[in-house]
Design a protein around this ligand. Structure first.
Ligand code: SF4
Length: 376
């Protein structure tokens, strides 16, 4: 069964802290009032490992609000990566709520050439679930943070969670983000995840309608805001065809490594030893990933991936989705279909196939013809 998951990594998630200054009602992250932050030794261990691996890696600072550690601590965590960045081996990426962005952060993002994703769920009246610990909305602060980033010449994109109540608002959301001046948006259809397992996921028809509205708008406005899922979809199908999937390591602030899904980090699951794969202060990340197949939850996940590949016509498009969604919905990893993969992958693929029906010449259609053949 070994071989479904790669033994090298091209992305690593770094959790500089679990703390978040926001308390969004759908958040899946446990311990998000814990203000402790990562020590430079953890960053040094990962930076060393990336250089030894010798392959370009995206370092994604995420999970908790990374900017809550302040720019001084963040610089201490970034500096170990400078040698690798100089060799073209490191590219920094951050997911932030943008409420703490000031000139210091703009300078830091520019200096270390960050790609910046800002969590924002649309206009203020649609963002009522994004609140601080006092229960007050954080929308205005987030928009102010986005404006500061754009004024500094940086180019953030939006990461928008789409709950069932927003699936009829695809065009409204796109217009809002386009009017803000953003060049791209990523839509995350709401999922059952982490400690947030009681939320409802968009129904199949609602998800299909959402993606159809998004696709129709994008085709009618080719020079306006871009949608990450559509940009990535064609490239993803071609890039991942018959290749092992990413091990997706997440490194906690104390050096603990969790594999397969960042959303598994910090969860209590005694049967899976809380998904812990090792600690980078004790052994290199590549060594931890190298013996991943000995972990019970990874072995189980690989069985699920094998089952997906054998039974699901959307495999090339999805490559098995995320382990955390399987665990949240089924309580185990060796399963296949989830509500999330239907809403976020299958209905997007079907909407794409519908849109491209009869189109066999455009680049998008060319990329999707194998998929359309499988799903028709
Ligand atoms: S769409 Fe669902 S069932 Fe199909 S490959 Fe992806 S995770 Fe597996």
């Amino acid at each position: 069964m070994a071989g479904m998951i790669d033994s090298t990594y091209r992305m690593v998630v770094m959790q500089p802290t679990n703390y978040c200054n926001a308390n969004c009602s759908y958040c899946y992250l446990p311990n998000r009032r814990d203000t402790a932050h990562m020590q430079p030794a953890v960053a040094q261990a990962i930076a060393r490992d990336i250089e030894e691996q010798g392959e370009p890696v995206t370092v994604l600072w995420h999970s908790g609000e990374p900017t809550s550690v302040g720019t001084r601590v963040m610089r201490q965590l970034l500096d170990p990566f400078e040698n690798g960045r100089g060799q073209g081996l490191v590219r920094h990426h951050i997911q932030t709520n943008a409420t703490l962005i000031g000139d210091g952060w703009c300078r830091l993002f520019d200096e270390y050439a960050f790609e910046i994703g800002v969590s924002l769920d649309g206009p203020a009246w649609l963002c009522t679930e994004r609140v601080n610990w006092a229960g007050r909305p954080i929308h205005a602060q987030a928009v102010e943070g986005i404006r500061r980033l754009m004024d500094a010449g940086l180019n953030p994109y939006a990461i928008c969670v789409v709950p069932p109540s927003s699936t009829g608002r695809g065009v409204e959301l796109l217009t809002y983000f386009d009017d803000l001046g953003l060049e791209a948006v990523a839509f995350n259809l709401e999922a059952s995840l982490g400690i947030s397992t009681t939320r409802s996921v968009p129904a199949d028809e609602a998800a299909r309608r959402f993606w159809t509205d998004v696709l129709t708008w994008c085709r009618a406005h080719p020079d306006r805001i871009r949608v990450r899922e559509l940009l990535q979809a064609a490239a993803f199908v071609q890039r991942t065809m018959d290749k092992p999937r990413e091990p997706m390591p997440t490194v906690g602030r104390d050096g603990t490594v969790v594999l397969a899904s960042p959303e598994l980090a910090g969860l209590r699951a005694p049967v899976y030893n809380d998904f812990r794969a090792g600690n980078v202060l004790e052994e290199p990340l590549t060594a931890i990933i190298g013996r991943q197949h000995e972990l019970g939850y990874i072995a189980e996940f690989e069985k699920g991936l094998e089952a997906c590949r054998a039974t699901c016509g959307f495999w090339e498009f999805c490559h098995g989705g995320f382990a955390a969604m399987r665990y949240a919905e089924h309580g185990r990893m060796d399963t296949t279909r989830t509500q999330w993969c239907t809403a976020a992958r299958i209905e997007l693929a079907r909407a794409l196939a519908d849109q491209l029906d009869g189109d066999t010449t455009s680049r998008t259609a060319q990329a999707f013809i194998p998929l359309m053949e499988r799903t028709s």
